[in-house]
Design a binder for this molecule. Structure first.
Ligand code: C2O
Ligand code: CU
Length: 497
């Protein structure tokens, strides 16, 4: 059964008017996909695994024959893949050699807020930052990127972003492809615009030019890069390939599938493995979201991963889908004439995290995303918006109050989508998550688990992951305090001291 097919068909209203873009037919898939290097941690005397990342500007050949000034970590563009496992004690040295102060945020990592790399952990130009923590969460595909308040969009767009792969004893045993870069392949999908001279074009796409009454999403690019590779292909050498998909775009939403409409199996959402692989032929990936899929090949097969115009979706009456009603070919997958065998896809993934369940009477909080504000407020670095008791599961109701694209992300927590407007969430969103596209057809109820206490001076963030919206203040702060201490908890953060 293909879950995305049954009962979920309906027609989108596109809101782009005549700004509908496509690169279909323009690519020849001639460049081998770059695979970000796996960063080997150095063991240190105290038993920690020590990763060193240097953020610096450089020059990249992103488009053939053109030089593009870019930013990256340990290289001119993007960043190495970090790999760690549950139980590891990790220590990072992040050296900021960029011309601007920045931060480095471990998106999806469950760790103390002071190590989180949010807007309170600024790294001045020339300085180093040395967070450390113990990995205590399930296997998952996470990522890392800058998070300085007001400049996240430009820092990510210039190229600072990398993937994090977490393993655990269950993922070790799961019969899933696991050879990095061979049959377990990171795909960091990003859209860019370039000036004629090859420099990155940071001009924001004003939706007002295309949609009456709508506003700014930030940069929407017409050139798709995968791991920084333009016009890419990947040579498949095994029967099954696991793709770790990351939407690292500033604003673009992708409705992903293959040009031959083949069925694939989703095996993980943002925060970990699914209990059972799920057959799909499309999945939605909003900025910041990850999905792991397993795709099966016959010898000599070729197919293209495409971001489709979302004309089929969700079974709700209409869905406006700004930022995703374009059609973009992303990468060709070409199978060799002879393929190595792969393990059969397991029916169950043992040890995958159980759904977050909210107890009866769980505390509810409501968040309405409208314009550039959440609940009518703009981010204030000195204000604590919510105080959450540790060790609880709450129901967070997140709602889109306008026609814009908004993507909810919460730090330091994992959630499951309970329902949207009273209906079951779409199949690809059923699993452990930390980022979620807000649909227009109703309030999404999320069961959110909060386990990590915060230092009251270092709150966690929740925000819109459309980076322009985040930079404009569509963000709030929360602390996690011992149960019973909520009323006494400070509602301000010492900031700017
Ligand atoms: Cu990926 Cu608060 O961010
Ligand atoms: Cu938004």
């Amino acid at each position: 059964a293909v879950a995305a097919g049954a009962g979920w068909g309906a027609t989108f209203l596109t809101v782009y008017g005549d700004r509908r873009r496509s690169n279909v037919g323009e690519l020849s898939f001639r460049n081998a996909l770059r695979i970000p290097e796996l960063l080997d941690p150095a063991p240190s005397a105290d038993g920690r695994r020590h990763y060193r990342l240097t953020l610096a500007p450089g020059t990249s050949e992103l488009l053939p024959g053109r030089r593009t000034p870019t930013w990256g970590a340990n290289g001119p563009y993007l960043a190495p893949t970090l790999r760690a496992r549950r139980g590891d004690r990790v220590a990072m040295t992040v050296r900021n050699r960029l011309p601007e102060a920045t931060t480095l945020h471990w998106h999806g990592m469950l760790l103390p807020a002071s190590m989180d790399g949010g807007p309170h952990q600024m790294i001045p130009t020339g300085a180093d930052w040395q967070p450390s923590w113990t990995v205590h969460q399930s296997a998952a595909t996470l990522w890392y990127h800058p998070h300085p308040h007001g400049s996240t969009g430009s820092h990510v767009y210039r190229g600072v972003a990398g993937m994090i792969i977490l393993d655990d004893e269950h993922s070790d045993r799961a019969a899933l492809p696991r050879a990095y870069g061979v049959d377990d392949v990171p795909l960091v999908i990003q859209d860019k615009n370039f000036h004629a001279d090859g420099t990155l074009d940071l001009t924001e796409t004003k939706l007002a030019e295309t949609v009456a009454g709508a506003d700014n999403l930030g940069v929407l690019g017409d050139t798709i890069l995968v791991n920084g590779t333009y016009d890419p292909y990947f040579r498949v050498t095994t029967r099954r390939v696991r793709l770790r998909l990351l939407n690292g775009s500033n604003a673009r939403v992708y409705w992903l599938g293959f040009t031959d409409d083949r069925v694939f199996h989703q095996v993980a959402t943002d925060a970990g493995l699914l209990q059972r692989p799920r057959a799909l032929h499309r999945l939605l990936l909003a900025p910041g979201e990850r999905a792991e899929i397993v795709v099966e090949f016959a010898p000599g097969d070729e197919t293209v991963l495409r971001g489709f115009e979302p004309s089929l979706h969700l079974g709700f009456p209409t869905e406006r889908f700004m930022g995703g009603d374009d059609t973009f070919d992303i990468i060709a997958l070409r199978a060799a004439p002879r393929l190595e065998p792969s393990p059969a896809l397991p029916a169950r993934l043992d040890g995958a995290p159980a759904p977050v369940a909210a107890p009866a009477g769980a505390r509810r909080r409501h968040f309405e995303f409208t314009g550039l504000q959440i609940n009518g407020r703009t981010m204030d670095m000195g204000r604590v918006d919510e105080v959450v008791p540790a060790g609880t599961t709450e129901i967070w109701e997140v709602e889109r109050g306008d026609d814009w694209v908004h993507v909810f992300h919460v730090h330091g927590a994992v959630f499951h989508v309970l329902d949207i407007g009273g209906k079951q969430p779409p199949p690809y969103a059923r699993g452990p998550k930390d980022t979620f596209y807000l649909h227009e057809f109703g309030t999404a109820r999320l069961a959110v688990r909060f386990d990590t206490l915060t230092d009251p001076r270092a709150p966690y963030m929740y925000h819109c992951h459309v980076l322009r919206h985040e930079d404009e203040g569509m963000m709030g702060q929360f602390t996690v305090v011992p149960p019973g201490a909520e009323d006494r908890a400070p509602r301000t953060v010492p900031y700017g001291m």
